[in-house]
Design a protein. Structure first.
Length: 542
């Protein structure tokens, strides 16, 4: 029996309309062996729902029958060979592709099939599940195919038709006709280099027209999100090519297992959330769905949006493991309503904080302070330009508004390419001061003291509950969500040191903001502007 209705079957498999009963009804008991082999065995969809045994969620050995989510992703690969799947938990997607690719290797010759796991333990589990499929396969099917094993070791599984199933944590210099990458979001978080190697190496070895599947729950902003966004953009443009990945989102709202009959009383905040989901999706949640979500929320807390997202946007607003600020940022800024359009106020002083990048990101953060709030009103970043370029950006955007430019301690580094009188190399600080005197004489330069990374991170964590950010500051927004610890592949733990990546320089700039904001914490709210002290007492380097 299929686990989908005839209406759903016809929607997913329009080319098979009229064949629902063939797939849904049992094989006639009086069918001859020859007719069975001629009518049923050539159909992969039939085989997938009748030949294989797996272990279910309860630890029982059961015949594999596809659920609706598995039908959705399989039907899509019949139309477009490459898919990227953003999913909620426990939809059986990894199990499906294991069974599907096992079937391909069993019935087709000379296939190289790659199953990429998150880690060594996961790879070992995949291998055991592959062996289980073989051990439980009906001996009559093995005899009909004249199929046996030629190789069965810790890394591969080879049939006598020369089709191989490779189970690895990474692929290098391997040509594949099938590829499945499970939990790519976690791989991208833990090992960005490995994720990049998959993108630039393994995927390039998968010839056009062959099936390639990347699936994961969301794990914050990383290469999985980049690939998801690229696939969504390609689809929206109407220019999706055979090498592009087709995006498939599997919401918990479509999972028939995400129901509970045990009535739960929703809080006002939960009712507000349910209403927002109904508005975004155009669907009405049943009480059983609400019960399930409330029960899961008690167990998962804020992680429920990652594990059981209702929309793709919700999935990617969840925090990823190993990040320094993402949970606090999502709670206080994103969900706290502190992402604001047109946040800049010309009536307030403006300070610019910079992080210097040499052959790397150079970041400017434009900051105002009012009513106890750190207001990130604008940003600019680039690389490969001299410091004068960034000063010109400041002048162009805010010619008369900048009170202070705050630079890190390494402004004092001398540039051998910039010589002053007497052959003395100028420091970056010298260059900035000279430029300001000529172009922005009312703007002061403040060289900030050296700050330890640990102290700076602690300062940002204290700042975030009092932080507002303009919606156009997408890079700083991404830094708050993506700035992460390094991952130790050998020990499989997060290190105490930050990962140096595209988010590092934005995070460095935020540390300077948090630890060196000019205003005092005391504020006279009866006045329009902050209660300033004198410039001298605030330690300006004039």
């Amino acid at each position: 029996m299929l686990r989908i209705s005839e209406k759903t079957f016809n929607r997913l498999y329009p080319d098979l309309e009229g064949y629902y009963d063939f797939f849904n009804n049992p094989v006639p008991s009086d069918i001859s062996k020859e007719d069975f082999e001629r009518i049923y065995l050539p159909s992969k969809l039939w085989r997938l729902n009748n030949l294989y045994t797996v272990v279910d969620k309860h630890g029982n050995a059961v015949r594999f029958v596809m659920n609706e989510a598995q039908h959705v992703v399989y039907a899509m690969t019949r139309q477009h060979p490459r898919v990227i799947i953003l999913k909620s938990r426990q939809q059986g997607i990894s199990t499906f592709w294991l069974v599907s690719y096992f079937d391909d290797g069993l019935f087709q010759e000379l296939l190289a099939i790659g199953l990429m796991a998150q880690g060594v333990d996961e790879a070992s589990t995949l291998l055991e599940r592959t062996k289980f499929l073989w051990d439980k396969l009906d001996p009559d099917i093995k005899a009909y195919l004249n199929r046996s094993l030629e190789k069965d070791n810790a890394k591969s599984f080879t049939f006598n038709n020369h089709s191989q199933i490779f189970i690895r944590v990474s692929f290098r210099s391997t040509t594949l006709q099938r590829l499945h990458i499970s939990e790519f979001g976690k791989i991208a978080n833990h090992s960005p280099k490995k994720a990049k190697e998959v993108k630039t190496g393994t995927l390039q070895a998968l010839a056009v027209g062959n099936t390639g599947v990347i699936e994961s729950t969301a794990e914050g902003r990383n290469m999985f999100k980049e690939m998801w966004d690229a696939s969504v953009t390609a689809l929206a443009s109407g220019q999706i090519a055979p090498k592009d990945f087709y995006p498939v989102f599997l919401s918990w709202l479509d999972d028939p297992d995400c129901l509970s009959p045990v009535y739960q009383t929703a809080t006002a905040e939960q009712e507000k959330y349910f209403a927002s989901i109904e508005e975004k999706t155009g669907r009405t949640l049943t009480q059983e769905q609400k019960n399930f979500w409330i029960i899961q929320y008690r167990e998962l807390g804020g992680d429920i949006h990652q594990e059981y997202p209702a929309t793709p946007e919700e999935a990617f607003t969840a925090a990823k493991d190993g990040t320094y600020y993402s949970r606090a940022y999502m709670e206080n800024v994103i969900r706290g309503g502190n992402m604001v359009k047109d946040l800049y106020d010309p009536n307030l002083p403006l300070d610019v904080y910079m992080d210097l990048g040499v052959d790397d990101y150079f970041v400017l953060g434009f900051v105002q302070w009012y009513d106890g709030k750190y207001r990130i009103v604008d940003e600019y970043w680039n690389n490969g330009y001299s410091i004068q370029h960034y000063l010109e950006v400041i002048l162009e955007r805010y010619p008369d508004a900048v009170r202070t430019i705050c630079g890190p301690h390494d402004l004092a580094v001398r540039e051998l390419s910039s010589m002053g009188s007497g052959g003395r190399a100028k420091s970056r600080e010298d260059i900035v001061r000279e430029w300001l005197r000529e172009h922005m004489p009312s703007t002061k330069l403040r060289v900030l003291p050296k700050l330890s990374i640990a102290d700076g991170i602690a300062a940002v964590r204290r700042m975030i509950p009092n932080m507002m950010i303009d919606v156009k500051c997408t890079y700083i927004h991404d830094c708050c969500l993506g700035y992460s610890k390094e991952w130790d592949d050998k020990l499989q733990v997060w290190k105490d040191t930050p990962l140096h990546d595209e988010y590092s320089h934005g995070a460095d700039m935020l540390r300077q903001v948090a630890a060196n904001t000019i205003e005092n914490s005391t504020y006279n709210s009866s006045k329009l502007e902050p209660n300033y002290t004198s410039k001298k007492s605030r330690g300006y380097a004039i």
